[in-house]
Design a protein. Structure first.
Length: 368
C-alpha cells in the first residue's frame, strides 16, 4: 500500500506532533503509520482524508492526488538532446526499402526531380531512405530544432555525398524563403501539442499541387504489435491504463496519440486533394538463427527500455508519473509490472528470444 500520510502532512507544513494533536493520537503513532509499521483504524480514514481534502482512495495511494499535471515533454528540444542513439536504433527496424520504392514509383508516381522539405527530420533518416529513390536532380532540406540532430545529419550526408541542406529551427517558427514540391514529416506530430496547427504550418511550405506526406504511428497499433514467444497475452497487452493516459494527455495538452488515424481527415479538412492513407508494411520477425539477431534484439530492447530492470525507486517514480497522467494506482502498477516482466523474460532467455514486432506506422498523403 502507498499510504500517503507523510506526503500530505509535509505538504500541509505539519509536524508529526501537530497532526497527532489533530487526530488525537501520539506523534509516535503518526510515525508508525508513516513508516508502515502499523496503520490507522479504518474508521479514522474518512477523518484524515477530509482533513487533507483528498479522497480515501487518494490517501491510500489508489488514485492520484489532485496535484498539478506534469506535461509530457517530448515536444521540447531538451527532450531530444539525448535521444540520438534511441532514434538511430528504432529507425533500423522501421521501413522496408522496397515499400518506400513502391510508394515513390507506383503510388506517388514521382518521375521528375523534386525539392523535399522534411519537418522534424531528426538525423535525416527519411532523407537517406528517400533520396536514392527520387529522380536525379532532386534535393532534400531537413528542418529540426535539435542542434545535435542537425549536426549529426550534416556529417552523415556529407560522408555519403547526398545533396542536402539542414536548418535548425522550430517548425512553427520557420519562415520558408521558398516553397517545396514535397513536404514530409515522420514521427513529429505524435510528439507535439496542437498537431493540427503544425499541419497548417507545414502546408504553407508546400507549392500549389505539391505533395504532403505524414508518417505517424498510432499508439494502439504500436502497443498491440508485439508478440514474444513464451509470453502470454496478459503479459503483453497493456491497453487499459494507457488509454486513460492518452486521453489525459489529449485533454490536458492537446497531444494526440491517435494522430495517425486522424491524419487523412485533417488533410481533407485543410483542403488537400486526392488524399489516401496506407500502412507501412514493416514487421520485424526475429529469431535466434538470424545473422543480425543480436543487433536487432538489442535495438528493440533498448528502444523500448527493456534492457534494465527498474529499481523500486524508479518504478515508484514511473507510477507517480502515470497516475499524474490519468491512471489509477493499480493500472500504473500493472503497466510497470508488465514492462518489468518483459525485461526479466528477455534477460532469462538471452540468446533464445523470438518475437514479432509491428510498429503500425501510417502514411497519409495528399496534394495541395
Ligand atoms: C521522433 S523524432 C523523428 C525524427 C525523424 N523524422 C525520423 O523519423 O527519424 C522527432 C523529431 O522532431 C523534432 N521536433 C520535435 N518538435 C519539433 C519542432 N517543434 N520543431 C522542429 N523539430 C521538432 C525532434 O527534435 C526530433 O528530432
Amino acid at each position: 500500500m502507498n499510504f500517503r500520510l507523510a506526503q500530505l502532512r509535509k505538504s500541509h507544513g505539519l509536524t508529526q506532533q501537530e497532526l497527532g494533536d489533530i487526530l488525537s493520537v501520539s506523534y509516535q503513532t503518526i510515525s508508525k503509520w508513516e513508516n508502515g509499521i502499523s496503520y490507522p483504524d479504518m474508521t479514522l480514514l474518512p477523518q484524515i482524508s477530509q482533513y487533507f481534502g483528498v479522497s480515501v482512495d487518494a490517501l491510500l495511494g489508489l488514485q492520484p492526488l489532485e496535484e498539478a499535471y506534469v506535461p509530457s515533454n517530448s515536444g521540447k528540444e531538451e527532450y531530444w538532446k539525448n535521444r540520438l542513439s534511441y532514434l538511430q536504433r528504432t529507425r533500423k527496424i522501421l521501413w522496408n526499402d522496397d515499400y518506400m520504392k513502391f510508394l515513390v514509383r507506383d503510388v506517388w508516381k514521382i518521375t521528375e526531380p523534386v525539392t523535399v522539405l522534411d519537418c522534424g527530420c531528426g538525423y535525416g533518416f527519411m532523407g537517406m531512405l528517400l533520396m536514392p529513390l527520387l529522380p536525379e536532380g532532386s534535393s532534400y532540406v531537413g528542418l529540426d530544432f535539435s542542434k545535435i540532430m542537425i549536426e549529426t545529419a550534416e556529417s552523415i550526408f556529407k560522408e555519403q555525398g547526398i545533396n542536402a541542406r539542414f536548418i535548425v529551427s522550430d517548425v512553427m517558427e520557420y519562415q520558408a524563403p521558398t516553397q517545396y514540391d514535397m513536404v514530409i514529416s515522420q514521427a513529429l506530430l505524435r510528439h507535439v501539442d496542437n498537431a493540427y496547427s503544425f499541419l497548417e504550418k507545414m502546408i504553407t511550405f508546400l507549392k500549389p499541387d505539391g505533395l504532403f506526406i505524414s508518417m505517424e504511428c498510432n499508439r494502439e497499433f504500436e502497443e498491440d504489435g508485439l508478440f514474444i514467444k513464451g509470453l502470454e497475452y496478459d503479459k503483453l497487452c497493456q491497453h487499459d491504463g494507457l488509454v486513460k493516459l492518452w486521453k489525459t494527455e489529449l485533454d490536458k495538452q492537446n497531444r494526440d496519440y491517435s494522430i495517425a488515424m486522424k491524419m487523412p481527415h485533417y488533410l481533407k479538412g485543410i483542403g488537400l486533394k486526392n488524399i489516401a492513407c496506407r500502412m507501412n508494411d514493416k514487421v520485424t520477425f526475429l529469431e535466434p538463427e538470424q545473422s543480425d539477431y543480436a543487433e536487432k534484439l538489442e535495438c528493440i530492447a533498448k528502444a523500448d527500455h527493456w534492457s534494465n530492470e527498474k529499481s523500486e525507486q524508479e518504478t515508484e517514480a514511473d507510477i507517480s508519473y502515470f497516475m499524474n497522467h490519468g491512471m489509477n494506482r493499480k493500472e500504473a502498477e500493472d503497466y510497470c509490472r508488465k514492462q518489468n516482466g518483459i525485461v526479466i523474460y528477455l534477460k532469462k532467455h538471452a540468446g533464445d528470444v523470438a518475437l514479432t514486432k509491428a510498429n503500425g506506422y501510417m502514411i497519409s498523403y495528399g496534394w495541395k
